[in-house]
Design a protein around this ligand. Structure first.
Ligand code: G16
Length: 541
């Protein structure tokens, strides 16, 4: 064991989901080691600790895993559980932490950000409940990283993590496990595999785009082998270190091949994609896009058709920028709907306390109390189970939902890699105007409230400030400005816009058209073009 003197890096502060930086930043001498030591110090693990380690297979994953194992051994961890070849999807890692009662896990991923030598890398710590470390832990990680003077590492040859089995590293036992088996078994306990198998055998056609990211092996095993979907249902199934040069973000822009197929002639009945680390999902019907906010509401409204949720839901939680569609379902079901800041870590306490069963975010994330992360393939199986039970098209299921609950028109405009100073100034400019907005008219609607969202966690009493600027209208419409906490270059400004339409005769508009007056008002209020030089978003969802 070696103790290596080091000096702190000043940029090692976790964002919305761990530390995400360019690969080159992580390849600097001591950079990864410093952050791993900060995690291990902050985690304050007991002497017989078990740690789960895995990642999405992106460039630098394998090298980083060897370093993490050597450092875990040197820091007294007794048992490490590693996915074969260093692969574990984020939800599978969360499940493994819970299943094996590990003390925590280190997950390597920059999620939906591109990979490869010039792409992004990331690392985050999950705690014993299987979920991302809450803010009180990430704050200690940041403090430790900023004051570190040394790290500990075991001098050892690389372990053969391609082989399932047990290895010894110093005083630590390293167990290399198949990444898929336990996760697939969990899915079988939640969903009616028999009914889905019948649906898939009935001529129903689906396509799953794994985007050359981590879900390929999971989707092949579950959809093709266990559920009998024809070979080739899962495309781009091979996880590649650079995701085949693509951007593994399942949205209308980056999952373009799937979108083209689903909006083309002879489109399959159902299409889905997942992201780099397998926690996001996008769901499509034939020539029909399901907005993630609607998806959460629809899963909630149909939950009792699915075996794992047949007893009903304790409650629902959604992030603040996610549309209010789920709130309407919760009201109809007579259950609570919680509004949390952006970041899956904020759902952990509510799930642990049994206050909510389903959670979701506008950023293509949906999940439940089965793990403590959002779960892409789980959402796909939930949809398939509903379709198998209802035998209706995706479009019909969504339209019937709107008819019953009204439609929440929704869009998110992302402006990526904006100059960071200009982006912060724009947010300040909006903030300064907020106090004077209530009672005034914007986009032909009266502003009811305008604030900077703060969250009081009802379980542990912690408060999180500055979670996004909201402008809420009398009609229920909302305009929200927020800076992303996951970008790695400049700043990403997110503009979220929502309106509510109860009249089914007005449910057929394109969301961009329906929301145009609010979008224009937001652009004018923020002086957007002049301040950023941008006239159109990088990504529209
Ligand atoms: C992460 C978080 C999500 C969050 C998303 C976007 O997802 O886990 O909770 O909604 O980032 O965050 P931001 O708007 O700050 O960029 P993922 O899939 O990237 O891990």
């Amino acid at each position: 064991m070696r103790v290596v003197p080091t000096t702190p890096f000043l940029d090692q502060r976790p964002g919305t989901s761990g530390l995400r930086k360019r690969v080159g930043v992580f390849q600097q001498p001591h950079y990864l080691e410093n952050f791993v030591q900060a995690i291990l110090d902050a985690a304050a693990l007991p002497s017989d600790a078990t740690l789960v380690v895995g990642g999405d297979g992106r460039y630098h994953n394998r090298e980083a895993i060897q370093v993490i194992l050597q450092m875990a051994a040197a820091n007294g961890v007794r048992h490490a559980i590693v996915g074969q070849n260093g692969i574990l999807s984020t939800p599978a890692a969360s499940h493994l932490i819970r299943l094996r009662k590990a003390n925590g896990g280190i997950i390597l991923s920059a999620s939906h950000n591109p990979g490869g030598p010039d792409g992004d890398f990331g690392i985050k710590y999950n705690v014993a409940n299987g979920g991302p470390a809450p803010e009180n832990v990430t704050a200690v990680i940041a403090e430790r990283a900023a004051s570190l003077t040394e790290y500990r590492i075991e001098d050892s040859a690389d372990l053969p993590i391609g082989d399932v089995g047990t290895h010894q590293l110093g005083g630590m036992r390293v167990e290399v496990v198949d990444p898929v088996t336990d996760y697939a078994a969990l899915m079988e306990t939640l969903f009616d595999f028999g009914a889905i198998r019948q649906l898939l055998a009935s001529g129903f056609r689906m396509r799953f785009d794994a985007m050359h990211a981590v879900t390929g092996p999971y989707a092949r095993e579950i959809l093709e082998r266990r559920l009998g979907a024809p070979a080739g249902t899962v495309v781009r199934a091979e996880p590649l270190p650079d995701f085949g040069g693509g951007h593994p973000d399942p949205n209308l822009t980056y999952a373009h091949d799937l979108v083209e197929e689903m909006f083309g002639a002879n489109a399959p009945d159902f299409g889905a994609a997942s992201d780099g680390d397998g926690d996001r999902n996008m769901v499509l019907g034939a020539r029909f896009f399901v907005s993630p906010s609607d998806s959460l509401a629809i899963l909630a409204a149909n939950a009792t058709r699915v075996p794992g949720y047949a007893a009903g839901l304790a409650g629902i939680a959604r992030s603040m920028p996610t549309s209010g569609a789920a709130d309407r379902v919760a009201a109809a079901l007579g259950i609570a709907c919680f509004e949390t800041p952006t970041g899956w870590k904020f759902f952990g306490n509510l799930l642990d306390a049994g206050r909510v069963t389903l959670c979701g975010e506008e950023s293509f994330g949906t999940g439940s109390n089965h793990v403590r992360e959002k779960d892409g393939l789980w959402a796909v199986l939930f949809w398939l189970n509903i379709l198998a039970a209802r035998r209706e098209s995706v479009e019909l299921v969504v339209r019937e939902h709107w008819q019953r609950f009204g439609r929440n028109y929704y869009t998110r405009h992302d402006y990526e890699e904006v100059d960071a100073i200009a982006a912060r100034a724009l947010i300040e400019h909006v903030r300064e105007q907020q106090a004077a907005l209530p009672g005034t008219t914007l986009a032909g609607d009266i502003v009811q409230t305008a604030d900077d969202f703060s969250y009081l966690d009802p379980i542990d009493g912690s408060v999180s400030h500055h979670q996004g600027l909201r402008i809420v209208f009398a009609s229920g419409a909302r305009i929200i400005f927020r800076l992303s906490g996951t970008g790695t270059a400049g700043a990403t400004i997110r503009l979220y816009v929502e309106s509510y339409e109860p009249d089914p005769a007005r449910h057929d508009l394109d969301a961009q058209v329906a929301l145009a007056p609010y979008i224009e008002a937001a652009m004018a209020l923020s002086d957007f073009v002049a301040r950023t030089g941008r006239t159109s978003p990088t990504v529209i969802t």
